[in-house]
Design a protein around this ligand. Structure first.
Ligand SMILES: [Zn+2]
Length: 383
């Protein structure tokens, strides 16, 4: 949908019809954000009043052009004033000129190439070719992904082990995993890190509309041998939740050295406890005190081991079997975890408890089920 052409800066003074629509969209977005804030946050901030005069002028030009040229071909262009770069507190209107990409603009104006999605999403349907104007938002106006139609939700996918051919639902065939990752890439999904997810859950930063996180539980060697090369090929990373007593103990287990290598390549290593025991019920013959001591050892002890082995402050926990209760949440919080995940099905809007996140296990061997797990918006009319 989005065309990323190369461009030079300031080469022409013309604004095409498609980008006129973008400017109108942006104007409406500002109004929309404003209205949502009134409804949800109950503030009286009037952002419309902050829109500089030039954008209002542009919008008037754009709207009048729609009336004047409504029957003319879409190649018809509108003359812009001499100035080609506009900046306000909230955004920049920039004219594209070749020799660069949108990622270059993201780096130049937003400080990180990774923020290119902010430019893409601010200019839906725009033609990013030479001479056209592009809106660069300088502020995140909708960190929670809320709109009058509903709210953004982040799917977290869960895998376990991989093989060429599988005979268990917990095993993902290599060919199918490759297809799934290719689908994410070709369809504009952003595979996010736990840090990015936490910033979203704490309402500090927004996320691209099509965001998804990938997790892999237990710590099988096949994660390193099969999934890792495929993920690297697509520029994706994943969070590996390992139970420490399993690491390096057999030829089907991942090693600390492999975990270090993956971590050095942007992957995250989290805990899945020490021995993968159920944290929500006492075992046969276990006293209450012994039960509490076991939970603490599973949650705190595994963090200490991973912290030491990988030189990090482990902040992610996956509850074994997905089972958790208020006590395990409390112990996880006290131990210093920021994110803890179950396997309750469904996505995660920004307002959920980060210590009881939902995940979707990818167990089925068909693409259709996989696609159904990629829901990134929850329709709920707030009107
Ligand atoms: Zn597990």
């Amino acid at each position: 949908m989005v065309k990323k052409g190369s461009f030079n800066l300031f080469s022409t003074k013309q604004l095409t019809r498609s980008n006129t629509y973008v400017l109108i969209f942006w104007f409406i977005m500002f109004r929309g954000v404003n209205l949502r804030r009134h409804v949800i946050v109950q503030t009286q901030v009037d952002r419309l009043s902050k829109i500089p005069k030039f954008l209002l002028a542009y919008t008037l030009i754009a709207m009048s052009s729609l009336v004047s040229y409504s029957c003319t071909p879409t190649s018809k262009v509108i003359q812009l004033p001499e100035k080609s770069l506009f900046r306000s507190e909230d955004y920049i209107v920039y004219r594209l000129q070749g020799n660069g990409t949108l990622a270059d603009l993201a780096e130049k104006f937003l400080g990180a190439r990774k923020k290119v999605w902010m430019i893409e999403e601010a200019n839906p349907g725009a033609d990013f070719s030479k001479g056209n104007a592009v809106v660069i938002p300088l502020k995140e106006n909708n960190r929670g992904g809320l709109s009058a139609e509903g709210f953004q939700t982040i799917p977290i996918l869960t895998y376990h082990r991989f093989a060429e051919d599988c005979n268990s639902p917990l095993c993902m065939p290599k060919r199918l995993f490759e297809l799934q990752m290719r689908y994410l890439k070709e369809n504009g999904y952003h595979v996010i890190t736990p840090e990015e997810l936490l910033a979203f859950l704490e309402y500090r930063h927004g996320l691209p509309k099509k965001s998804v996180m990938i997790t892999m539980d237990d710590g099988y060697r096949s994660v390193y041998d099969i999934a890792y090369p495929i993920l690297k090929e697509y520029g994706f990373t994943a969070t590996l939740c390992i139970y420490t007593s399993f690491v390096g103990v057999s030829n089907i287990a991942i090693t600390w050295e492999q975990l270090r290598e993956m971590k050095a390549n942007g992957f995250t290593v989290g805990s899945h406890t020490v021995s993968h025991s159920d944290l929500t019920g006492s075992q046969e013959g276990e006293t209450e005190l012994a039960f509490i001591a076991r939970i603490e050892e599973e949650i705190q002890g595994s963090k200490k081991i991973i912290d030491k082995k990988l030189g990090q402050d482990t902040s992610i926990l996956a509850y074994p079997f997905g089972y958790y209760d208020q006590r395990s949440i409390n112990v996880a919080r006290q131990a210093g975890y920021k994110i803890a995940m179950s396997i309750r099905r469904g996505g995660n809007p920004f307002f959920v408890n980060p210590l009881s996140l939902r995940r979707d296990q990818i167990l089925e061997g068909d693409m259709q089920t996989f696609l159904s797990r990629l829901k990134t918006f929850n329709n709920l009319s707030l009107k």
